[in-house]
Design a protein. Sequence first.
Length: 413
Amino acid sequence: MDLFDNNLLKARPLADRMRANDWTQFFGQKDIVAKDKILRQAIANDQLPSMIFWGPPGTGKTTLAAIIANKTNSEFIQLSAVSSGKKDLQQVIANAQDNLKHHQKKTILFIDEIHRWTKAQQDGLLPYVERGIITLIGATTENPSFEVISALLSRCRVFVLEPLQIEDIVKILKKALKDKVNGLGKHDMNIKLKDLKYLASLASGDARVALNALEFAVLTKSKGKGPHSIIKDDFEQAIQNSNLYYDKDGEQHYNIISALHKSMRGSDADASLYWLSRMLEAGENPLYVARRLIRFASEDIGLANSQALVQAVTAHNACHNIGMPECELALAQAVVYMAKCKKSNELYRAYNKVKQDVKATMHLPVPLHIRNAPTKLMKNLGYGDGYKYSPDHDYKEDQTYLPEKLKNKKYLD
C-alpha cells in the first residue's frame, strides 16, 4: 500500500474500515447466517440465487455482500443505485456474457440501495437475471414489495435483516477499539463496559451509527497523552439524534403511525404516548399526526363519545397555531384521551355499507315526496307531494326517506 492508498484508508469512516469480510468478524443476523441456514450454505457452495437484503441501516446488508465477494469464485461487481446508470448496467451485462461464454464463470451484481433504481432500470436488468446471466444481490432499506418491480422480485429470494441486538453492537465496538490497523487501537482509551453498552443502546440497532459515534468521541477526547476516558455523556453528545431511525417517506413511517393507531384502538394509553413521541422526536410533522387523530376520532370512537372529535380538531388547531415543540402536549392530551375513550366503530361500518350501496344505486331517483318544489312546474310534477313535516307529527310520522329500492334498509345498529 503506497502513501496515497494509506491516506485514502484513513479518510474512510470507521464503519467502512471495520467492515467484516469473514464470518468470524460478522455479528448478528443469526436467523439467516447461522451455519445451518440456507444463505450460509449457498455462500459456502458458491450457488447463490438472486436475492434482496432488506433491513434498516447499519444491520449488515453491505457487509454480507462483502463476505460474499470474498468467498465466491464468481466475478463480483458492485454498483450504487444512486450514481450508476444505463451505461454502467450495459457494461456489466457485456462482461457477464463474456464471462459465461469464454470463462464459464458466473457474475454476481450487487446493487446498493436498489430501491433508488427506476422501473425502467429494473426492467432492463430483468431478462439477464431471468436467463441466469447475472445473479443479482440488492440491498434496500425500503419494503421491496413497493420498491422492486414484481417481475424482478419474484425471481429473488428476500432475506430480512433485523436491527442488531445490543450485545452484537458491543462486540463490533470492542473489535474496533482493539484493531490497531483499521480501527481505534492506537488510541489509549479507557471506556467502561457499561458505557459501551449505553452507546450500543443509543444506536437503535444500527452498527454504523454506533461506530461513527465511537470514532467521533475517541478522536475528540484523545488529544495529548493518555489514557483518556470516555463516559456516557460523551457518547450522548457524539451520537446526537442520529439514532432516531425514522424515514418519513418510508415503511418505518407507516409502521409507527399504524402502531399509534392500534395502541389507541386497544386503549393502551402508555403505548400510545410512546409511539407518538417516537414520531415527534424524529421530526414528524405534528399536523400529520393531528389529521390522523381526527380520522381516528370518527372511525374508532365515533358515536361512543362525540367529544373525541372536538379534542382532535382542537389539537390540530393547536399544532397549526403554535407548532413544535409547544404543541407536543396538546397532541399527547388528545392521544391519551383517544386511548381512554369508550370505542365504537358503528359509524365507520355503517358508512362503508352506505358507500357500497351508493356505488350500485347512483341512478336511483330521489323519492318525489322529499324533493324540493321551488317552481309551479315542479309542484305540478308532484315534487314534494305528500311530504309530512316532522314537527307537525311529533317526529313520529310514517314516511320513507330512501329510494324505493332501498326501502327499510338499515345501516346503523
